[in-house]
Design a protein around this ligand. Sequence first.
Ligand code: NAP
Ligand code: F7E
Length: 348
Amino acid sequence: MKRAVIFGVTGQDGSYLSDLLLSLGYKVTGVARRTSCDNTLRLAHLLHCKRFNLVQGDITDVGSVYRILNKAKPHEVYNLAAQSHVWTSFDQPGLTWDVTGKGCLNILEVIRDMNKRPRFYQASSSEMFGDSMELMYFEDGSHGKYQDENTAFNPQSPYAIAKLAAHHATGLYRRSYDLFACSGILFNHESERRGDRFVTRKVTRYVADLDYALANGEQIPKLRLGNLYSERDWGHAEDYVKAMFLMLQQDKPDDYVVATGETHSVEEFVIQAFKCIGIYDYEDYITIDEKLYRPSEVPYLRGSPFKANDFLDWKPETSFTDLVRRMVHHDIQSRSKYGTSEGISNPS
Ligand code: NAP
Ligand code: F7E
């Protein structure tokens, strides 16, 4: 039986990757950090599974990483653990560095010294490109801006700097110590399990609350948002964890961009989400709060997924409009089921 260890198992991607690996017959050891409240909501449906083992650990503590990996003796290790919120990284750059940067190095160091070295996946990010982009010419004569595996990195936040350090460390350990180590440069991916401080989830939860309020003749405060004009390449997390898995099944380790190839502004996401409840004038419900603007913004992300398409035979299955619709409908359902949209992190 194949064995995998997932650091960051309680997060959005950790829960979907657990679903995928368990469905493929793996034994999964999920590593969750100690918190004062339960952080296993996204895993509730897996906790009874005999092939799923939840252990406590923290990637900033190299001793705990050592013990977990040497006990589980995995074939594959996925590092999804991070302080992953970009705005928070401006407020807590030191913590972000320790977790998102040094945490990856801790795992690599332990793997380097193991007798049977597992394959390693690092969750790199399109944020590493920052404001860097290239021009692509299409067969029909049109052209557009995009990022791919050869685009220069120019990080614009403490989060992106920590991710870039981890990305380079992963490449260095691959070249220097012959580790089977891959980085997936993943563009934004969202879902019904997305954390509610990321813009997509913040919007879809609000739309669900608004839908409920309007149906009951109630009023709710306007939604406060920051920059509506940045553009992102948004896919569904369930599709993206398949790419992580595929990277570790190849003959040779490599890095891959994982993206849809489409870009949409935050405003377009908002428009689509409000449309789901029949509202076409979202301006009536939103207020712009300059405090939510970032000290430094990533203005435009659009990934070119050709390498992943060709070498991994990977393609995203969820379109932008389906992604928005799925998130809104899920939040509306949990609003009516639980009386609050807070049940939403639940993967039901
Ligand atoms: P997420 O929901 O924020 O999950 C992050 C996970 O890391 C959580 O399980 C969190 O635990 C855990 N964690 C935080 N600090 C830790 C520590 N010190 N030790 C051990 N675990 C720790 O993020 P996600 O969206 O699933 O993303 C997964 C990974 O991909 C992250 O590394 C993220 O930076 C990266 N990424 C995400 C995207 C995206 O669009 N989603 C794109 C590119 C890259 P708690 O549950 O206790 O907080
Ligand atoms: O912001 C704008 C904000 O926080 C998206 C992480 O998973 O993807 C994610 O990082 C955009 C930005 O995601 C609000 O300024 C406007 O331009 O949802 P976000 P992100 O920063 O793109 C990358 C690939 C990762 O690796 C990260 O881990 O939306 N925006 N108003 C807002 N953003 C937030 N959070 N909240 C607002 O109110």
